[in-house]
Design a protein around this ligand. Structure first.
Ligand code: MN
Length: 168
């Protein structure tokens, strides 16, 4: 894995209600030194989004107070936030789920559990693309979606913490 460099100034807001998933995502993002802010429900997440204008939002789909796609729509309909990129995090990746996420305004879709290296590559790609202002066009292309959607099994989730220590 080639580490992302110069990411310290990139802020990622993680909206995730599962404490273990939150810890995992934070640990993985720390490999590339992103600045991470966190919220455990949609309302707190939208509030932090308004306050910090993050470079990227990682949005869990199932949240206690509101589903993540509704929260994404709220962000995308807000004149001040509509340019903030939202990437859905979900345990489900049926074709219609992915389409629904894109319809709600998500720029991407990451399935849980994920492979650490794939996850970091994907995040890095979003951040790089955001720099070029071309993320939306790129992400909406069918080819990209086919290349980057990955299906993973549950066993991989249980070994994920051990993997973190092995990444160079
Ligand atoms: Mn959840």
């Amino acid at each position: 894995y080639r580490k992302g460099l110069g990411m310290e100034d990139k802020t990622i807001l993680v909206i995730e209600d599962d404490p273990l998933n939150m810890e995992l995502v934070k640990a993985v993002l720390s490999i590339d030194n992103y600045h991470v802010i966190e919220a455990s429900d949609a309302h707190a997440g939208i509030e932090l989004c308004r306050r910090h204008k993050p470079d990227l939002v990682l949005m869990d789909i199932q949240l206690p107070d509101m589903d993540g796609l509704t929260a994404t729509r709220i962000i995308k309909e807000d004149e001040l936030l509509k340019d903030v990129a939202v990437v859905a995090l979900s345990a489900y990746a049926m074709e219609e789920d992915v389409q629904e996420a894109f319809n709600a305004g998500c720029s991407g879709y990451i399935t849980k559990p994920f492979k650490i290296v794939d996850f970091l590559e994907q995040i890095k790609k979003y951040i790089e693309l955001l720099k070029t202002q071309d993320a939306d066009n790129y992400n909406k292309s069918r080819t990209w979606l086919d290349d980057h959607r990955f299906y993973l099994n549950k066993e991989e989730c249980s070994i994920v913490n051990k993997e973190i220590g092995r990444i160079e």
